[in-house]
Unconditional design. Structure first.
Length: 256
């Protein structure tokens, strides 16, 4: 029973930003549940290393080195997935950028970059996945949002991140409403701080942990495995009645 609730044998899963951090951890977990992987990252060398590592552990992996804000590259990638597998069962929209600077300094170009990667590309991946998921008889999408999608933060200025991740959360709900009858479930996770390349230097800088950890009822930063385990649940048969949900992986931060 437990095995079948988390069995992804025969499923094809596409993960963006999969060369490191939460994306790579999610790839590992989904592969160990039996999924075949299509992994996207703009860092070609790190993606090659990640794929070599996963293949060495017996995973079936296809890498696509591209920047997800390049819509034609994204479209070509989904064409390749269709040609190779004729289906897609799982999409994890994980790649993102963060711009840690005061709102007054977010010029239109900088603002647009956050929207292009965090919101536009997320939507485009969902849009391109939907027909392939319908062909597969249904599917599951997980959007990797953030506690910053559901709160105003206040510890440091990242307005473009709040806005783009907040948009991702309500996009999750809208697509869940629209695609539920097609058997396509759409959910999000909202992790709290995790020490990855994304923000390790920041989290380890003097005074930062002392400021952030008191806001965490569980008293620690999250891990990539905490986030990946939540994603695994949301793409598994275990969550087959769950859609339009945003699952905080936040040690209680949003319970305030
Ligand atoms: N680390 C945290 O504290 C934290 C907390 C909450 C949410 N998140 C979210 O988790 C997700 C993953 O973050 P992480 O901490 O694992 O980061 P990470 O920096 O470890 O990994 C992100 C990966 O995405 C890739 N990437 C970035 N922009 C890309 C693009 N335009 N096209 C293709 N690939 C791109 C990077 O090359 C990198 O390999 C992000 O959506 C982030 O917003 C992170």
């Amino acid at each position: 029973m437990i095995d079948s609730l988390f069995d992804l044998s025969g499923k094809v899963a596409l993960i963006t930003g999969a060369a490191r951090g939460i994306g790579l951890e999610t790839a590992r977990l989904l592969a160990s549940a039996g999924a075949r992987l299509v992994l996207i990252d703009r860092d070609e060398d790190a993606l090659a290393d990640a794929c070599a590592d996963l293949s060495g552990q017996g995973a079936n992996v296809v890498p696509h080195a591209l920047d997800i804000s390049d819509m034609s590259a994204l479209s070509a990638c989904f064409d390749a997935v269709e040609a190779r597998f004729s289906r897609l069962d799982i999409l994890v929209n994980n790649a993102a950028v963060v711009q840690r600077r005061p709102a007054a300094e977010l010029t239109p170009e900088v603002w647009r970059q956050a929207m292009a990667v965090n919101l536009d590309a997320t939507f485009e991946c969902c849009r391109l996945s939907q027909p392939l998921m319908i062909r597969a008889g249904g599917g599951a999408i997980v959007n990797v949002a953030s506690i910053m999608a559901l709160s105003g933060g206040g510890f440091y200025p990242i307005a473009s991140y709040h806005a783009s991740k907040g948009g991702m959360v309500n996009l999750t709900r809208a697509l869940a409403m629209e695609w539920g009858r097609d058997g396509v479930r759409v959910n999000a996770i909202a992790p709290a701080w995790i020490k990855t390349d994304f923000n390790r230097a920041f989290l380890e800088s003097p005074g930062v942990a002392e400021k952030l950890l008191p806001a965490m009822p569980l008293g620690r930063f999250a891990t990539t495995l905490d986030a990946a385990a939540a994603a695994l649940y949301l793409v598994s048969p275990a969550s087959s009645m769950v859609t339009g949900h945003v699952l905080p992986v936040d040690g209680g931060y949003l319970a305030h």
